[in-house]
Design a protein around this ligand. Structure first.
Ligand code: NDP
Ligand code: MG
Length: 380
Protein backbone atom coordinates (compact mmCIF):
# COMPACT_ATOMS: atom_id res chain seq x y z
CA UNK A 1 0.00 0.00 0.00
CA UNK A 2 1.43 3.39 -1.00
CA UNK A 3 0.50 6.05 1.53
CA UNK A 4 0.03 9.50 0.08
CA UNK A 5 0.32 13.06 1.35
CA UNK A 6 -1.38 15.49 -1.02
CA UNK A 7 -0.75 19.24 -1.14
CA UNK A 8 -3.54 21.14 -2.91
CA UNK A 9 -6.23 18.44 -2.60
CA UNK A 10 -9.04 20.81 -3.61
CA UNK A 11 -7.40 21.90 -6.87
CA UNK A 12 -7.63 20.58 -10.41
CA UNK A 13 -4.67 18.20 -10.01
CA UNK A 14 -5.61 17.50 -6.38
CA UNK A 15 -9.13 16.29 -7.18
CA UNK A 16 -7.91 14.19 -10.11
CA UNK A 17 -5.29 12.64 -7.81
CA UNK A 18 -8.14 11.73 -5.46
CA UNK A 19 -9.98 10.06 -8.36
CA UNK A 20 -6.90 7.94 -9.05
CA UNK A 21 -6.57 7.04 -5.36
CA UNK A 22 -10.26 6.09 -5.28
CA UNK A 23 -10.00 3.94 -8.41
CA UNK A 24 -7.10 2.01 -6.82
CA UNK A 25 -8.12 1.99 -3.17
CA UNK A 26 -6.38 -1.38 -2.78
CA UNK A 27 -3.02 0.22 -3.68
CA UNK A 28 -3.17 3.87 -2.62
CA UNK A 29 -4.32 5.54 0.56
CA UNK A 30 -4.61 9.24 1.35
CA UNK A 31 -3.09 9.84 4.79
CA UNK A 32 -2.56 13.62 4.84
CA UNK A 33 -3.69 16.56 2.74
CA UNK A 34 -3.71 20.33 2.49
CA UNK A 35 -6.37 22.65 1.11
CA UNK A 36 -6.49 26.40 0.64
CA UNK A 37 -9.79 28.22 1.21
CA UNK A 38 -12.22 25.66 -0.20
CA UNK A 39 -13.39 24.29 3.13
CA UNK A 40 -16.65 22.99 1.67
CA UNK A 41 -14.83 20.63 -0.66
CA UNK A 42 -12.34 19.77 2.09
CA UNK A 43 -15.25 18.51 4.23
CA UNK A 44 -16.43 16.21 1.43
CA UNK A 45 -12.93 14.86 0.85
CA UNK A 46 -12.41 14.23 4.58
CA UNK A 47 -15.68 12.29 4.80
CA UNK A 48 -14.78 10.19 1.78
CA UNK A 49 -11.04 9.58 2.35
CA UNK A 50 -10.67 9.96 6.11
CA UNK A 51 -7.10 11.35 6.16
CA UNK A 52 -5.27 11.56 9.48
CA UNK A 53 -3.83 15.05 9.05
CA UNK A 54 -5.37 18.05 7.26
CA UNK A 55 -3.94 21.52 6.75
CA UNK A 56 -6.06 24.55 5.82
CA UNK A 57 -4.85 27.94 4.73
CA UNK A 58 -6.23 30.09 7.55
CA UNK A 59 -6.69 29.85 11.25
CA UNK A 60 -10.45 30.48 11.41
CA UNK A 61 -11.18 27.41 9.25
CA UNK A 62 -8.72 25.41 11.34
CA UNK A 63 -10.54 26.35 14.58
CA UNK A 64 -13.98 25.34 13.28
CA UNK A 65 -12.91 22.11 11.52
CA UNK A 66 -11.15 20.93 14.67
CA UNK A 67 -14.48 20.91 16.50
CA UNK A 68 -16.34 19.37 13.58
CA UNK A 69 -13.92 16.45 12.98
CA UNK A 70 -12.46 15.52 16.39
CA UNK A 71 -10.76 12.37 15.03
CA UNK A 72 -8.69 14.23 12.43
CA UNK A 73 -5.57 16.21 13.33
CA UNK A 74 -5.59 19.75 11.87
CA UNK A 75 -2.93 22.33 11.18
CA UNK A 76 -2.84 25.55 9.14
CA UNK A 77 -0.85 28.08 7.15
CA UNK A 78 2.54 27.54 5.55
CA UNK A 79 3.74 25.48 8.53
CA UNK A 80 0.74 23.26 7.89
CA UNK A 81 1.84 22.63 4.30
CA UNK A 82 5.20 21.42 5.56
CA UNK A 83 3.63 19.23 8.26
CA UNK A 84 1.53 17.52 5.58
CA UNK A 85 4.53 17.18 3.27
CA UNK A 86 6.64 15.38 5.90
CA UNK A 87 3.79 13.41 7.52
CA UNK A 88 5.38 10.38 9.11
CA UNK A 89 3.13 7.68 7.68
CA UNK A 90 3.30 8.87 4.06
CA UNK A 91 5.78 7.42 1.56
CA UNK A 92 4.81 9.69 -1.33
CA UNK A 93 4.16 13.40 -1.50
CA UNK A 94 1.98 14.57 -4.38
CA UNK A 95 2.71 18.25 -4.61
CA UNK A 96 -0.25 19.86 -6.40
CA UNK A 97 -0.29 23.16 -4.58
CA UNK A 98 -0.12 26.35 -6.61
CA UNK A 99 2.92 28.60 -6.65
CA UNK A 100 6.34 28.89 -5.06
CA UNK A 101 4.73 28.39 -1.63
CA UNK A 102 5.35 24.72 -2.48
CA UNK A 103 9.13 25.06 -2.38
CA UNK A 104 9.87 24.78 1.32
CA UNK A 105 7.48 21.84 1.95
CA UNK A 106 9.05 20.01 -1.02
CA UNK A 107 12.58 20.49 0.28
CA UNK A 108 11.51 19.28 3.71
CA UNK A 109 9.74 16.23 2.26
CA UNK A 110 12.91 15.36 0.35
CA UNK A 111 14.94 15.59 3.56
CA UNK A 112 12.33 13.27 5.12
CA UNK A 113 13.04 10.81 2.24
CA UNK A 114 9.58 10.93 0.70
CA UNK A 115 9.18 10.09 -2.98
CA UNK A 116 8.00 13.28 -4.68
CA UNK A 117 5.35 13.34 -7.42
CA UNK A 118 5.64 16.92 -8.57
CA UNK A 119 2.92 18.87 -10.36
CA UNK A 120 3.85 22.16 -8.69
CA UNK A 121 6.16 23.46 -11.44
CA UNK A 122 6.68 26.86 -9.76
CA UNK A 123 8.80 25.06 -7.16
CA UNK A 124 11.20 23.73 -9.81
CA UNK A 125 11.29 27.03 -11.66
CA UNK A 126 12.02 29.13 -8.60
CA UNK A 127 14.73 26.90 -7.12
CA UNK A 128 15.34 23.86 -9.31
CA UNK A 129 18.99 23.63 -8.30
CA UNK A 130 18.08 23.29 -4.61
CA UNK A 131 15.39 20.69 -5.25
CA UNK A 132 17.59 18.58 -7.54
CA UNK A 133 20.58 18.77 -5.22
CA UNK A 134 18.47 17.71 -2.23
CA UNK A 135 16.84 14.87 -4.18
CA UNK A 136 20.22 13.57 -5.32
CA UNK A 137 21.78 13.82 -1.87
CA UNK A 138 18.83 12.02 -0.24
CA UNK A 139 18.46 9.51 -3.11
CA UNK A 140 14.83 10.52 -3.45
CA UNK A 141 12.91 10.03 -6.71
CA UNK A 142 11.33 13.12 -8.23
CA UNK A 143 8.53 11.92 -10.51
CA UNK A 144 6.97 14.35 -12.97
CA UNK A 145 3.19 14.85 -13.03
CA UNK A 146 3.11 17.62 -15.62
CA UNK A 147 1.91 15.82 -18.77
CA UNK A 148 4.84 16.91 -20.99
CA UNK A 149 7.44 15.85 -18.44
CA UNK A 150 5.66 12.60 -17.76
CA UNK A 151 5.69 11.99 -21.53
CA UNK A 152 9.45 12.62 -21.66
CA UNK A 153 10.01 10.49 -18.57
CA UNK A 154 7.99 7.65 -20.12
CA UNK A 155 9.86 8.01 -23.42
CA UNK A 156 13.16 7.73 -21.56
CA UNK A 157 12.41 4.43 -19.83
CA UNK A 158 15.18 2.00 -20.77
CA UNK A 159 17.15 4.76 -22.50
CA UNK A 160 20.42 6.41 -21.51
CA UNK A 161 20.35 10.16 -20.94
CA UNK A 162 23.68 10.51 -22.73
CA UNK A 163 21.98 9.44 -25.97
CA UNK A 164 19.47 12.28 -25.97
CA UNK A 165 19.80 14.76 -28.83
CA UNK A 166 16.97 17.04 -27.68
CA UNK A 167 13.58 17.19 -25.99
CA UNK A 168 10.57 18.48 -27.88
CA UNK A 169 7.89 19.84 -25.57
CA UNK A 170 4.51 20.19 -27.23
CA UNK A 171 2.17 23.13 -26.60
CA UNK A 172 -1.55 23.30 -27.31
CA UNK A 173 -1.19 27.05 -27.81
CA UNK A 174 -3.73 28.01 -25.15
CA UNK A 175 -6.91 30.04 -25.48
CA UNK A 176 -5.50 32.67 -27.86
CA UNK A 177 -3.38 30.55 -30.17
CA UNK A 178 -5.25 31.71 -33.28
CA UNK A 179 -5.16 35.42 -32.38
CA UNK A 180 -2.58 37.94 -33.62
CA UNK A 181 -0.85 40.15 -31.02
CA UNK A 182 -2.99 43.10 -32.07
CA UNK A 183 -6.11 41.16 -31.12
CA UNK A 184 -4.81 40.45 -27.60
CA UNK A 185 -5.22 44.04 -26.43
CA UNK A 186 -8.81 43.68 -25.32
CA UNK A 187 -9.19 40.00 -24.45
CA UNK A 188 -11.12 39.24 -21.24
CA UNK A 189 -10.44 36.97 -18.27
CA UNK A 190 -13.34 34.80 -19.34
CA UNK A 191 -11.85 34.32 -22.80
CA UNK A 192 -8.42 33.55 -21.33
CA UNK A 193 -9.96 30.87 -19.11
CA UNK A 194 -11.54 29.09 -22.05
CA UNK A 195 -8.80 26.56 -22.86
CA UNK A 196 -9.41 24.52 -26.03
CA UNK A 197 -8.15 21.13 -24.75
CA UNK A 198 -7.54 21.00 -21.00
CA UNK A 199 -9.64 21.79 -17.95
CA UNK A 200 -7.18 23.16 -15.38
CA UNK A 201 -6.86 25.67 -12.54
CA UNK A 202 -7.22 29.37 -13.41
CA UNK A 203 -3.54 30.33 -13.06
CA UNK A 204 -2.15 27.64 -15.35
CA UNK A 205 -4.92 28.30 -17.90
CA UNK A 206 -3.79 31.93 -18.12
CA UNK A 207 -0.16 30.75 -18.20
CA UNK A 208 -1.10 28.63 -21.23
CA UNK A 209 -2.64 31.64 -22.95
CA UNK A 210 0.49 33.77 -22.41
CA UNK A 211 2.69 30.73 -23.24
CA UNK A 212 4.46 31.29 -19.91
CA UNK A 213 3.31 27.78 -19.04
CA UNK A 214 5.54 26.42 -21.80
CA UNK A 215 8.36 28.66 -20.60
CA UNK A 216 7.99 27.35 -17.05
CA UNK A 217 7.94 23.83 -18.47
CA UNK A 218 11.19 24.41 -20.37
CA UNK A 219 12.87 25.38 -17.08
CA UNK A 220 11.17 22.45 -15.34
CA UNK A 221 12.54 20.09 -18.02
CA UNK A 222 16.02 21.60 -17.72
CA UNK A 223 16.09 20.57 -14.06
CA UNK A 224 14.24 17.26 -14.23
CA UNK A 225 16.30 15.88 -17.13
CA UNK A 226 19.60 17.77 -16.51
CA UNK A 227 19.77 19.14 -20.05
CA UNK A 228 21.01 22.51 -21.31
CA UNK A 229 18.39 24.90 -22.76
CA UNK A 230 19.89 24.42 -26.23
CA UNK A 231 18.59 20.84 -26.14
CA UNK A 232 15.02 21.76 -25.18
CA UNK A 233 12.67 22.81 -27.98
CA UNK A 234 8.97 23.63 -28.04
CA UNK A 235 6.46 22.82 -30.75
CA UNK A 236 2.88 23.95 -31.15
CA UNK A 237 0.59 20.92 -31.47
CA UNK A 238 -3.04 21.97 -31.30
CA UNK A 239 -4.60 18.59 -30.58
CA UNK A 240 -2.64 17.83 -27.36
CA UNK A 241 -2.37 14.17 -28.36
CA UNK A 242 1.41 13.87 -28.47
CA UNK A 243 2.34 14.98 -24.98
CA UNK A 244 6.06 15.46 -25.79
CA UNK A 245 8.92 13.76 -27.61
CA UNK A 246 12.56 12.78 -27.17
CA UNK A 247 14.95 12.78 -30.11
CA UNK A 248 18.04 10.57 -29.81
CA UNK A 249 21.46 10.87 -31.46
CA UNK A 250 20.56 8.29 -34.11
CA UNK A 251 17.61 10.53 -35.20
CA UNK A 252 14.97 8.23 -33.68
CA UNK A 253 12.18 10.03 -31.90
CA UNK A 254 10.17 8.41 -29.10
CA UNK A 255 6.96 10.06 -27.92
CA UNK A 256 4.07 9.40 -25.56
CA UNK A 257 0.52 9.82 -26.85
CA UNK A 258 -2.94 9.80 -25.35
CA UNK A 259 -6.15 11.76 -25.02
CA UNK A 260 -5.68 14.86 -22.84
CA UNK A 261 -6.37 13.47 -19.35
CA UNK A 262 -4.20 14.49 -16.38
CA UNK A 263 -5.16 11.35 -14.47
CA UNK A 264 -2.83 9.37 -16.75
CA UNK A 265 0.41 11.17 -15.77
CA UNK A 266 -0.79 11.47 -12.15
CA UNK A 267 -1.40 7.73 -11.99
CA UNK A 268 1.89 6.92 -13.70
CA UNK A 269 3.77 8.93 -11.07
CA UNK A 270 1.92 7.02 -8.34
CA UNK A 271 2.26 3.54 -9.86
CA UNK A 272 5.78 3.98 -11.30
CA UNK A 273 7.61 1.81 -12.34
CA UNK A 274 4.43 -0.23 -12.77
CA UNK A 275 1.34 0.67 -14.80
CA UNK A 276 -2.21 0.24 -13.61
CA UNK A 277 -5.45 0.11 -15.60
CA UNK A 278 -7.44 3.35 -15.79
CA UNK A 279 -10.91 2.12 -16.65
CA UNK A 280 -12.54 5.51 -17.09
CA UNK A 281 -9.88 6.94 -19.43
CA UNK A 282 -10.87 7.78 -23.00
CA UNK A 283 -8.79 5.58 -25.29
CA UNK A 284 -7.01 7.25 -28.17
CA UNK A 285 -8.43 6.48 -31.59
CA UNK A 286 -5.99 7.86 -34.15
CA UNK A 287 -8.10 6.78 -37.12
CA UNK A 288 -10.95 8.88 -35.76
CA UNK A 289 -8.65 11.88 -35.22
CA UNK A 290 -7.18 11.50 -38.72
CA UNK A 291 -4.77 14.44 -38.65
CA UNK A 292 -2.33 15.99 -36.19
CA UNK A 293 -0.93 19.50 -36.64
CA UNK A 294 2.43 21.03 -35.78
CA UNK A 295 3.72 24.56 -36.00
CA UNK A 296 6.77 26.55 -34.91
CA UNK A 297 6.28 28.80 -31.84
CA UNK A 298 7.41 32.36 -32.41
CA UNK A 299 9.20 34.38 -29.72
CA UNK A 300 7.71 37.59 -31.14
CA UNK A 301 4.19 36.28 -30.80
CA UNK A 302 4.77 34.59 -27.43
CA UNK A 303 7.08 36.97 -25.54
CA UNK A 304 6.78 35.06 -22.27
CA UNK A 305 8.35 32.00 -23.86
CA UNK A 306 11.37 34.09 -24.77
CA UNK A 307 11.54 35.58 -21.26
CA UNK A 308 11.60 32.08 -19.81
CA UNK A 309 14.39 30.82 -22.08
CA UNK A 310 16.44 33.93 -21.30
CA UNK A 311 15.81 33.73 -17.55
CA UNK A 312 16.63 30.03 -17.59
CA UNK A 313 19.88 30.57 -19.50
CA UNK A 314 20.90 33.42 -17.18
CA UNK A 315 20.12 31.15 -14.24
CA UNK A 316 20.74 32.01 -10.58
CA UNK A 317 17.85 34.06 -9.22
CA UNK A 318 16.52 35.10 -12.65
CA UNK A 319 13.96 32.25 -12.88
CA UNK A 320 12.86 33.12 -9.33
CA UNK A 321 12.06 36.64 -10.54
CA UNK A 322 10.33 35.29 -13.65
CA UNK A 323 8.13 33.04 -11.55
CA UNK A 324 7.28 35.54 -8.80
CA UNK A 325 6.48 38.30 -11.30
CA UNK A 326 4.32 35.87 -13.23
CA UNK A 327 2.42 34.73 -10.13
CA UNK A 328 1.63 38.34 -9.14
CA UNK A 329 0.70 39.56 -12.61
CA UNK A 330 -1.52 36.58 -13.41
CA UNK A 331 -3.37 37.06 -10.09
CA UNK A 332 -3.74 40.77 -10.96
CA UNK A 333 -5.11 39.90 -14.41
CA UNK A 334 -7.55 37.37 -12.91
CA UNK A 335 -8.86 39.98 -10.48
CA UNK A 336 -9.32 42.53 -13.27
CA UNK A 337 -6.51 44.92 -12.21
CA UNK A 338 -4.44 44.69 -15.41
CA UNK A 339 -4.96 43.74 -19.04
CA UNK A 340 -3.74 40.53 -20.62
CA UNK A 341 -0.76 42.14 -22.38
CA UNK A 342 0.28 43.94 -19.20
CA UNK A 343 1.17 40.54 -17.77
CA UNK A 344 4.17 40.39 -20.08
CA UNK A 345 5.15 44.06 -19.88
CA UNK A 346 5.26 43.88 -16.07
CA UNK A 347 7.21 40.62 -16.07
CA UNK A 348 9.70 42.17 -18.47
CA UNK A 349 10.14 45.17 -16.13
CA UNK A 350 10.78 42.88 -13.17
CA UNK A 351 13.38 40.92 -15.14
CA UNK A 352 15.10 44.09 -16.38
CA UNK A 353 15.20 45.46 -12.85
CA UNK A 354 17.00 42.41 -11.45
CA UNK A 355 20.65 41.42 -11.48
CA UNK A 356 20.91 37.67 -11.10
CA UNK A 357 22.61 36.23 -8.04
CA UNK A 358 24.48 33.03 -8.83
CA UNK A 359 23.86 29.76 -7.02
CA UNK A 360 21.39 31.28 -4.51
CA UNK A 361 20.66 29.68 -1.15
CA UNK A 362 17.10 29.07 0.04
CA UNK A 363 17.06 32.33 2.00
CA UNK A 364 18.28 34.31 -1.02
CA UNK A 365 15.58 32.68 -3.16
CA UNK A 366 12.92 33.57 -0.57
CA UNK A 367 14.16 37.17 -0.35
CA UNK A 368 14.24 37.65 -4.12
CA UNK A 369 10.78 36.08 -4.40
CA UNK A 370 9.38 38.56 -1.84
CA UNK A 371 11.23 41.57 -3.30
CA UNK A 372 9.94 40.76 -6.78
CA UNK A 373 6.37 40.47 -5.53
CA UNK A 374 6.70 43.87 -3.83
CA UNK A 375 8.27 45.42 -6.91
CA UNK A 376 5.49 44.20 -9.19
CA UNK A 377 2.81 45.27 -6.68
CA UNK A 378 4.34 48.75 -6.66
CA UNK A 379 3.85 48.89 -10.45
CA UNK A 380 0.23 47.75 -10.38
P1 NDP B 1 -5.70 24.93 -8.73
O1 NDP B 1 -5.78 26.40 -8.61
O2 NDP B 1 -6.83 24.19 -9.33
O3 NDP B 1 -5.44 24.30 -7.27
C1 NDP B 1 -4.47 24.81 -6.42
C2 NDP B 1 -4.53 24.11 -5.07
O4 NDP B 1 -3.63 24.73 -4.19
C3 NDP B 1 -5.90 24.21 -4.40
O5 NDP B 1 -6.06 23.09 -3.57
C4 NDP B 1 -5.75 25.48 -3.55
O6 NDP B 1 -6.64 25.51 -2.45
C5 NDP B 1 -4.33 25.32 -3.07
N1 NDP B 1 -3.65 26.58 -2.78
C6 NDP B 1 -3.47 27.64 -3.60
N2 NDP B 1 -2.74 28.59 -2.99
C7 NDP B 1 -2.44 28.12 -1.75
C8 NDP B 1 -1.72 28.64 -0.63
N3 NDP B 1 -1.12 29.84 -0.68
N4 NDP B 1 -1.62 27.87 0.49
C9 NDP B 1 -2.20 26.66 0.54
N5 NDP B 1 -2.89 26.11 -0.48
C10 NDP B 1 -3.01 26.84 -1.60
O7 NDP B 1 -4.34 24.60 -9.48
P2 NDP B 1 -4.01 23.36 -10.44
O8 NDP B 1 -4.44 22.10 -9.79
O9 NDP B 1 -4.41 23.68 -11.81
O10 NDP B 1 -2.42 23.42 -10.42
C11 NDP B 1 -1.64 23.02 -9.30
C12 NDP B 1 -0.18 22.92 -9.73
O11 NDP B 1 -0.05 21.90 -10.71
C13 NDP B 1 0.36 24.20 -10.39
O12 NDP B 1 1.70 24.36 -10.05
C14 NDP B 1 0.23 23.91 -11.87
O13 NDP B 1 1.15 24.62 -12.64
C15 NDP B 1 0.50 22.42 -11.90
N6 NDP B 1 -0.08 21.72 -13.04
C16 NDP B 1 -1.43 21.71 -13.23
C17 NDP B 1 -2.00 21.06 -14.31
C18 NDP B 1 -3.49 20.98 -14.47
O14 NDP B 1 -3.96 20.27 -15.36
N7 NDP B 1 -4.29 21.66 -13.66
C19 NDP B 1 -1.15 20.39 -15.31
C20 NDP B 1 0.24 20.43 -15.00
C21 NDP B 1 0.75 21.08 -13.92
P3 NDP B 1 -8.18 26.06 -2.50
O15 NDP B 1 -8.70 25.81 -3.87
O16 NDP B 1 -8.82 25.22 -1.42
O17 NDP B 1 -8.12 27.50 -2.12
MG1 MG C 1 1.99 20.78 -18.86
Amino acid sequence: MKKISLLGATGSIGTQTLQVIKEHADQFKLVAMSVGHNVELARKIMKQFNPKLVSVQDKAAYESLKLEFPKIKFTYGETGLTEVAVFDEANILVNAVLGSVGLYPTLQAIEAKKTIAIANKETLVTAGHLVMEAAKRNKVALLPVDSEHSAIFQSLQGEKEKNIQRLIITASGGSFRDKEREELKHVTVEEALNHPNWSMGAKITVDSATMMNKGLEVIEAHWLFSLPYEKIDCLMHKESIIHSLVEFHDSSIIAQLGTPDMRVPIQYALSYPDRLPLQSANRLNLAEIGKLHFQQLSFERFRCLQFAYEAGKTGGTMPTVLNAANEVTVAAFLSGKITFLEIETLIEKALMDHTAIENPSLSVIQEVDQETRQFVHSLL
